[in-house]
Ligand binder design. Structure first.
Ligand SMILES: [Zn+2]
Length: 142
């Protein structure tokens, strides 16, 4: 991890396909061939049945908002420059629940169950309202 950035991943050999895809604008999940369920974050074993026959799969990038918190203070760079921001938990259409950030959306527009689609900032998946942003795209969006 870079000393001056707390928002970028520590990539290892196992998670490299995930981050390579994200850098390419694609979201991956892991799916188990034994029970058929997808999971996230990526694990080498299925967290549902402990099966080992688990593979990467391209996700739709679609999700719904499960819950969120508006963060007004964070001393770790670069989060301080982004406040207020929306830390969120979303339900991917493939099933897994994912920790992320919702962008391009004002606090008043947020609602449980709202449709979201994946976007990428510095190769990290974030989510925005489905069908394009409702507010001006932030300067920080790449
Ligand atoms: Zn399984």
């Amino acid at each position: 991890m870079r000393e001056d950035r707390f928002d970028l991943p520590d990539v290892d050999a196992f998670t490299r396909p995930y981050w390579d895809a994200a850098a390419d604008g694609r979201l991956l999940v892991r799916r188990c061939a034994a029970c058929g369920l997808a999971h996230h974050y990526p694990r080498e074993f299925c967290p549902h049945c402990w099966g080992e026959d688990v593979a990467w799969e391209g996700a739709s990038g679609l999700a719904t908002l499960y819950t969120w918190s508006v963060v007004h203070r964070n001393d770790l760079p670069p989060f301080g420059e982004r406040t207020p921001y929306v830390a969120a938990v979303v339900d991917l259409d493939e099933g897994p629940r994912m920790m992320t950030e919702v962008v391009d959306c004002t606090e008043g527009e947020l609602g449980v169950g709202m449709g979201l689609e994946v976007a990428f900032r510095d190769g990290v998946p974030v989510f925005r309202p489905r069908g394009g942003s409702r507010t001006a795209v932030r300067a920080s969006m790449g």
